[in-house]
Design a binder for this molecule. Structure first.
Ligand code: SF4
Ligand code: SF4
Length: 127
């Protein structure tokens, strides 16, 4: 089974809701700042909130990510974390995370055997 057989994003924006989810790396900051023509030095101050010592994308007025506006407005350069979803390491650690994630993400299929989920996550992480 292909990864696209077990996950098909419905573009509902549920995963872009709330505060604190989306950690960004220095590379993410560089890429997003260039894409939106912002100064990388001011990016954390203008578009992020701190979660402990790490910056996460700030929440906009809609209660969703500051870059959500009916769609992800930075789709080509969205943070690595958003690009990887839902093929993430924590599923390999415990496959029940796939099912927990599915309860908030309508694009995730849960009617496939765990071995198939694990094989797809491994394949995506290897790329
Ligand atoms: S919650 Fe799932 S289906 Fe909805 S936008 Fe996010 S990844 Fe796509
Ligand atoms: S960067 Fe895009 S995909 Fe990621 S949380 Fe924000 S709006 Fe959603």
């Amino acid at each position: 089974m292909k990864s696209s057989d077990i996950f098909d994003c419905k573009k509902c924006g549920e995963c872009c809701k709330g505060y604190g989810g989306t950690y960004i790396t220095a590379e993410d900051i560089k890429a997003i700042a260039a894409y939106i023509s912002a100064e990388p030095e001011n990016f954390v101050q203008d578009y992020c909130q701190m979660s402990g010592s790490k910056p996460v994308l700030a929440q906009g007025k809609s209660g969703r990510c500051i870059f959500w506006d009916e769609i992800c407005t930075i789709h080509p350069v969205k943070p690595r974390m958003c690009k990887a979803w839902p093929f993430i390491k924590s599923v390999l650690t415990d496959v029940s995370n796939w099912h927990i994630m599915a309860s908030a993400c309508p694009g995730i299929r849960t009617d496939v055997p765990d071995e198939v989920v694990l094989a797809c996550v491994r394949r995506e992480l290897d790329q």
